[in-house]
Design a protein around this ligand. Structure first.
Ligand code: OAD
Length: 275
């Protein structure tokens, strides 16, 4: 029977008693803040509040494909700062991995490009990197794949990386505004959200579409759990209350640890964190 006004305790019970076994986790930059990577939109610390030195017409321009084609320098300067290197997955990443180990993770849809999901050991089949990642690199014109190390060297030498075949700009396969999301996103969302029996939404402002629209895709009786610093999207108090929604506000790392306690998974989570 559908849960009406579920609590986080009831959700946890539903996971342990096998009611929920096709869980989708939607994630965003908030889950990697504890790893030392700033998010985009938190006033003050978010990346979009700290781009003054690049002299952009508006912050998102740094990730806009048309702007990049005209003026790629700000993106490469930023890429040099953001290049994934010594960051470690957080408790939240390990928790998602634990859902996989328990056999209840249907998919993790992430907007993050930091590849910390892969580092945490989440299987590639269970992962949709909806905004791409730094993992592969190609020419934006002829689409030829280019060695990532070559790109890194160029970027760190402040050179503009261009294709040796067609002179097109070389860019990591992160999805810019104005570009299509990866094929996987489009092929998997429909069957996934038909089956999904529980949705977690963690560390995202739900500001960017089409990703944000996924939150409306589960069937109408499927509980949706927001674990975030603030209320976002359909979870905002000003919106009509949806009686299947649960909100756990505050730092997601602490909330996820609490949830692991309710599930009696704390020591297994610690093992993953410390391995
Ligand atoms: P945002 O920066 O828009 O949102 C991050 C959310 O996480 C906000 O609601 C924060 O309040 C919350 N948050 C921050 N720290 C947290 C913490 N410790 N615990 C819990 N919540 C926390 O980031 P995204 O929603 O991921 O796209 O942004 C979506 C897309 O916008 C990105 O993928 C990127 C960007 O433009 C592209 O570049 C294509």
């Amino acid at each position: 029977k559908p849960l009406s006004e579920p609590t986080i305790e009831e959700v946890a019970k539903g996971i342990t008693d096998g009611t929920f076994k096709k869980i989708i986790v939607m994630t965003g930059a908030g889950i990697s803040v504890a790893a030392g990577i700033p998010d985009f939109r938190t006033p003050g610390t978010g990346l979009y509040y700290n781009l003054q030195k690049y002299d952009l017409p508006f912050p998102e321009a740094v990730f806009e494909i048309r702007y990049f084609q005209q003026r790629p320098e700000p993106f490469y300067a930023l890429a040099k700062e953001m290049w994934p290197s010594n960051y470690k997955p957080t408790i939240t990443h390990h928790f998602i991995r634990l859902l996989e180990e328990k056999g209840v993770l249907l998919r993790n849809y992430t907007q993050n490009i930091d590849t910390l999901e892969r580092q945490a050991g989440i299987s590639p089949e269970l992962l949709v990197e909806a905004h791409g990642s730094f993992g592969t690199t190609r020419c934006i014109k002829c689409k030829r794949e280019v060695d990532q190390e070559w790109l890194r060297e160029k970027v760190f030498r402040d050179e503009i990386p261009k294709c040796s075949d067609c002179e097109g700009l070389i860019k990591p396969d992160i999805t810019f505004f104005g570009e299509n999301l990866p094929e996987r996103f489009h092929t998997l969302t429909h069957p996934d959200f038909q089956q999904c029996d529980l949705l977690f939404v963690i560390g995202t402002s739900l500001e960017v579409y089409p990703f944000a629209s996924l939150v409306d895709r589960p069937k109408s009786d499927v509980p949706r759990v927001l674990i975030n610093m603030e209320e976002v999207g359909p979870f905002e108090s000003t919106k009509k209350d949806d009686c299947r929604d649960v909100k756990v506000l505050g730092d997601c790392q602490a909330s996820v640890r609490e949830l692991a306690k309710l599930l009696h998974w704390e020591s297994e989570l610690d093992e993953l964190v410390h391995q």
